[in-house]
Each structure stands twice: as C-alpha cells, then as structure tokens.
Design a protein around this ligand. Structure first.
Ligand code: IMP
Ligand code: MG
Length: 176
C-alpha cells in the first residue's frame, strides 16, 4: 500500500508482469512490421517509461520522437484549439506507431490522430500500455494493448496523480 498526495493506492500490476507484457508487445510489433521502417511517436509525459522499455526490445529499423498535446486559446470564437508540440518528423508516407500510457475515454488519442493525419502518414497504429474499455467512447481503439483494465484510477510507471507517482516502477490502483 502506498500514499500519493491524499490518496491510497495498492499494487495492481507488478514490475515483472509489466516487463513481460512490454517485451511481448515489442515482439508482436517486430513481427507485424518485419522489414519495414517505423516511426514511433511517444506521447509525453505519461509514456516515457513505457516508451523507454519497449524500444529496447524493438529490432526494426526505427526512429522515436516525443510529442505533447496542448491546447491554447484560439483567435476564433470557437475557443480552445488543440496542437501537437514536438512533431518535427515528416510523417508523409511513413508508418507510425503511437506509444501511449493509457487510453481512457479516447478523446486524447482521437485528437492526436486527427492532427497527425494532416501530414498524410501511410499508416498510423496505436500501442497503449493500458486501456479502459468501459470508459472508451472514441473513434480509434488501440491496435496493441498491454493490459485492459477496469475503470479505476491508476498511477505509476509513468502515470501520475496530479503529477506525482510517475516514478513508481509498478502500476498501482486507487483504493476505495
Ligand atoms: P483520455 O480520456 O483517453 O483522453 O485520456 C486522457 C488522459 O487522462 C490520459 O492520457 C492520461 O494522461 C489521463 N488518464 C486517464 N486515466 C488515467 C488514470 O487512471 N491514471 C492516470 N492518468 C489517467
Ligand atoms: Mg497520456
């Protein structure tokens, strides 16, 4: 049992179980894209640990870069405008695999994909360590899923609770 800020969490997925699953996700991706060049795009901040671990097992000719979703007050009356920060690679005609920490409602990944599509990549696949199917209401389901989990809040292994807990080496679930 651990405390992060005002909440109590308990171990949900241990370090070794995560590592095993991450290794097998990498093997699956290596097999599916055998002979192809892949650009991995990791979504900060949450995916930094997952991205680092999975990339060590990727044997494809590949690149990795990091993006962040942000939204700013647009000039139009429509209000907030989403943008992708850090997307410097030219994705035209490229095979892209997005690395995410978690897909919850799916709103974030839908925005990322629609902004990425402006660059006309050949293919975009989504690899998410965690997926909450009961919360999902988006357009793009992950193609590669580490663990499908119930609709309860988790921290650790990159995921935060108010920016705290990202450093934990296992995934912890909120205790109610
Ligand atoms: P979305 O609902 O799929 O758009 O997810 C939005 C973001 O919420 C994710 O990228 C995470 O940063 C965060 N998030 C969703 N569920 C959790 C959770 O259980 N723990 C920590 N962060 C979460
Ligand atoms: Mg995230």
């Amino acid at each position: 049992m651990i405390q992060v800020l005002d909440k109590t969490f308990e171990v949900f997925i241990g370090r070794e179980e995560i590592q095993k699953r991450v290794d097998s996700l990498a093997e699956q991706i290596n097999a599916d894209f055998n002979g192809e060049e892949v650009i991995f795009i990791a979504v900060l901040n949450g995916s930094f640990m997952f991205a680092s671990d999975i990339m060590k097992c990727i044997s494809l000719e590949s690149e990795i870069s990091f993006i962040k979703m942000s939204s700013y007050q647009g000039t139009e009356s429509s209000g907030r405008v989403d943008e992708l920060i850090g997307l410097n690679n030219n994705l035209k005609g490229k095979t892209v695999v997005i690395l995410e920490d978690i897909i919850d409602t799916g709103i974030t990944i839908d925005k990322i994909i629609s902004l990425m599509d402006d660059q006309h990549p050949k293919m975009v696949k989504i690899c998410s360590l965690l997926y909450k199917p009961d919360a999902f209401k988006g357009q793009h389901k992950p193609d590669y899923i580490g663990f499908s989990i119930p609709n309860a809040f988790v921290v650790g292994y990159g995921l935060d609770y108010n920016e705290k807990g990202r450093n934990l080496d296992a995934i912890y679930q909120i205790k109610i």
